[in-house]
Design a protein around this ligand. Sequence first.
Ligand code: HEC
Ligand code: HEC
Length: 450
Amino acid sequence: MSNAGLLNFMTVSLVMLLIGIAVLLLMVHLELGPLSGLSGGRKWGLTLVLGSGMLAFSIKLTILATLVHFPERTIRSGMVAQPAVLVVDWEKLNKDSPKMVLSGMQKGYVWRTLPERAPAPDWNPTTPEKVALGERLFHDTSLSIDGTLSCSSCHDVRKGAGEDHRSGSLGVGGQVGSRNAPTVWNSGFQSVLFWDGRAASLEEQAKGPPTNPKEMGMPSLQAVEQRVKDNAAYREPFAKAFGANQPITIKEITAAIAAYERTLITTDTPYDRFVRGDEKALSAAQLRGMALFQTVGCILCHSGPNFSAASVFDPPPATQRIFPVFNSAKYEARYNLTKDVGANEKGSAQGVWRVPSLRNVALTAPYFHNGSVDNLPEAVRIMATVQRGKRISNDINDNKTIVWSSRDKTLARLEAAPLSDRDVNDIVEFLKALSSDALLARSKVAVRGM
Ligand code: HEC
Ligand code: HEC
């Protein structure tokens, strides 16, 4: 409804109102007046008193009629100022999910959006020339021993979500690795790289795959340098990126690849739009999931704008965490979660792993370092159980773990209330709000379990 339409409606209402009032006044004066037996002046007094009451009543009716006809218009603009902050009905949320009790460090958690640029080390500033060269190298299969694999074979950034949808990646000669390929999207914001966090920068990380016998299989980094030097088409782009006198070494090769990776950023997500001020960007389920993500304590590890404590936004030393914190025989039997213990000593009962980013996680199944879980709801159930000690149960009586201290005469409800399937789905819905629109649109692979 336009402003003009609203104005017309108001004018017509006002005219009708005035005519109505005139008729009412006349009726009181001519009908009730004689009946009351009052004299001239008093008769007018009665008319005025009764008339003003009716006038107030009619104005009320007009306002109500306007509100009913134009609820959007009237409430959203003009008359009532837009609230500066979204008012979330916490009472309602709490009634739906009694376990949403904010406490300790979970209180006052600030949600942030991802910056448009990733920070680069002083010695390797991100320039357009380096980025263009890095993109070319990233897609160049001559960096592998038999010319079959490029970085993008396992991190498909053009058609996929920056990974390969496999549990273990496929290296040269059809070898299958033991770890899942993480997405390279937003890896420019991670403070340590690899599942176990063993690389401190993208430059350092990029030296790994070419000589990994199970990945690109080159005999040495010198051999990689030689391949690039032998390709005349690289001379000009390298000269542009690093100067004509700079010899091509592995340092420049990895610097260019890292510069390119720092441009792989996704801020086009419902979550970022919501935090930037679009209150309608998240569905009710996603908003509930977001609140659960906070109250259940996922933010203790998946914190900050890249949803990982191992990112440039959070100060160390929280980059690596024990996983699983609470061992689960059921999940261990199904998914072999502790066969590989990551950064922990061999033979340990638990692994130690870098906290991964959860951006685009709905597009990057399968999950965990060994890619053993193929759907997101199961990954969330596992995390809630083994990292937060939650049970999954739909029994509403489970929500009522009440502790009565007869000594202190105090009542408390245990916060360890279980998560219901609905809670898990709400968290999954929230994680989907971390998917980039662009990656979602082009991702042709159906994500199972959702
Ligand atoms: C054969 C498949 C394969 C190829 C080829 C490959 N990678 Fe990877 N990449 C992986 C796997 C698997 C991991 C995880 C390994 C681990 O954590 O131990 C990984 C990890 C990474 C990470 C760390 C991401 C993070 O969040 O920690 C980056 C960045 C990366 N690769 C970039 C590259 C670049 C650059 C190239 C080319 C020079 C490349 N990869 C080639 C499979 C591959
Ligand atoms: C104590 C720290 C910690 C907490 C709390 C935690 N996580 Fe994690 N999360 C991790 C670590 C570490 C990994 C990597 C585990 C691995 O595969 O080795 C991970 C992995 C994941 C993955 C798989 C990511 C991928 O790309 O494969 C998802 C999804 C996830 N977490 C969601 C959650 C949710 C939802 C919560 C809250 C219920 C949560 N996490 C709580 C530390 C944590």
